[in-house]
Design a protein around this ligand. Structure first.
Ligand code: ADP
Length: 367
């Protein structure tokens, strides 16, 4: 936009143009036509003077006439915007009175246009700050709940073991130790999720890509989820001739684990969790299908947002609201896409991962 403004002024007045905008407590060249961003000291002084005093300075003006260019303040009715610097190769006055009037009109237009883009940038910044604040408070709420619940379990069980060793049967002791192990694992998963999310958000993730059969990774994710899926039935439907796909096995397994963890949490005990692989066009599709309540249409996209949980009651279950955000971050880092849907034959969620067989370009890092 700035270059276009500089070009317009240059073309209409047959002059060379630089536009300077505030930067910190001074002003700096932001555009020029023809492109030229080097100002000699005398010009810098004249440009600053014009900015600070809101009056012309430099060539042909009363102040600092030794500068190469004439510097004129750019302002809207509301506020100073910047400075425009003009010069040409002619001797004598830079502009005829008629050109001066044209310049005034162009400057007004330019100032309003620049102000508008700055206002938009300010609003964007304010929105980002507001979103970061929202995220921070959601994070705190989630952390205090998700850290406190397992910690309370661990402290209670460990305290009982210490204080009443005699009064307990072997069975009681085993139960309490089991609670300590389970709750510690829960804490561990939560902290791993938080770390994963930080890595995604800071762009510090570097996938290591190599060809793999997705069936192998499904197998290892299922083994890892063995305990949490103990009360569900699982089935794998992956054709033997499904081609290999390039991916990072560690990240991909984590994605599958998060989906399986959700299926275990949200679909009732005894129900079936199906993992289906398909070869479609130039891609491999992997679907994780459960028999739970499914996901309301209006939440299908939002479930991938950090800390978004569909039902109020979801908050009483162990979870972070980070699992699906991590899935999306990881799959996109691997060059794939991910989407949520519902079954049409009965209630239940369907999560689909699509991985291209010949990725044109896998992003090196997450943006
Ligand atoms: P959480 O830690 O809450 O499970 P996720 O990011 O993994 O966080 O999921 C976000 C929300 O999406 C969940 O709180 C739940 O409301 C919904 N959800 C995820 N998976 C399923 C599923 N298989 N069936 C129904 N709802 C689901």
């Amino acid at each position: 936009m700035l270059w276009a403004t500089a070009h317009q002024i240059a073309a209409m007045l047959k002059v060379r143009v630089v536009i300077l905008l505030p930067e910190g407590d001074t002003i700096a060249v932001r555009a020029g036509y023809p492109p030229d961003d080097t100002l000699v000291d005398a010009d810098i002084a004249a440009a600053r003077w014009a900015w600070e005093h809101n009056r012309p300075a430099g060539r042909g003006a009363d102040t600092l006439p030794g500068a190469k260019r004439l510097y004129l303040p750019l302002r809207t009715g509301r506020m100073p915007i910047g400075v425009v610097g003009l010069d040409n190769d002619k001797q004598g006055p830079l502009l005829t009175p008629e050109q001066q009037r044209l310049l005034d009109a162009l400057n007004d237009q330019a100032a309003v246009a620049i102000e508008r883009t700055q206002l938009v940038a300010d609003v964007d910044k304010a929105q980002l700050v507001a979103e970061a604040d929202k995220l921070r408070s959601a994070l705190l709420t989630s952390i205090s709940h998700d850290l406190k619940t397992p910690l309370a379990g661990i402290m209670g069980a460990a305290g009982t073991l210490r204080d009443y060793p005699q009064a307990m049967t072997d069975g009681d002791r085993a139960d309490l130790l089991g609670t300590i192990v389970d709750e510690s694992e829960r804490l561990n998963r939560f902290i791993a999720n938080l770390l994963d999310m930080t890595r995604i958000e800071s762009g510090a993730m570097q996938p290591t890509m190599s060809p793999h059969y997705v069936g192998d990774i499904v197998g290892s994710a299922l083994r890892r989820a063995d305990k949490i899926l103990a009360k569900h039935t699982t089935r794998i439907e992956i054709p033997a001739d499904l081609p290999m796909v390039k991916l990072d096995p560690v990240l991909f397994e984590q994605v599958l684990f998060n989906f399986l963890d959700n299926a275990a949490k949200y679909a009732p005990e005894g129900s079936l969790v199906l993992i289906r692989g398909l070869h479609r066009g130039g891609s491999i599709l992997l679907e994780i299908i459960d028999e739970g309540p499914g996901i309301p249409a209006e939440d299908l996209e939002r479930v991938f947002d950090s800390f978004h949980r569909v039902r109020k009651t979801d908050h009483v279950r162990a979870g972070t609201g980070l699992g699906l955000a991590i899935c999306r971050g990881f799959v996109e880092a691997l060059g794939g896409t991910i989407k949520a849907g519902n079954r049409t034959d009965r209630s239940g969620a369907v999560f689909t991962i699509q991985m291209p067989l010949n990725p044109q370009q896998v992003p090196e890092r997450l943006q």
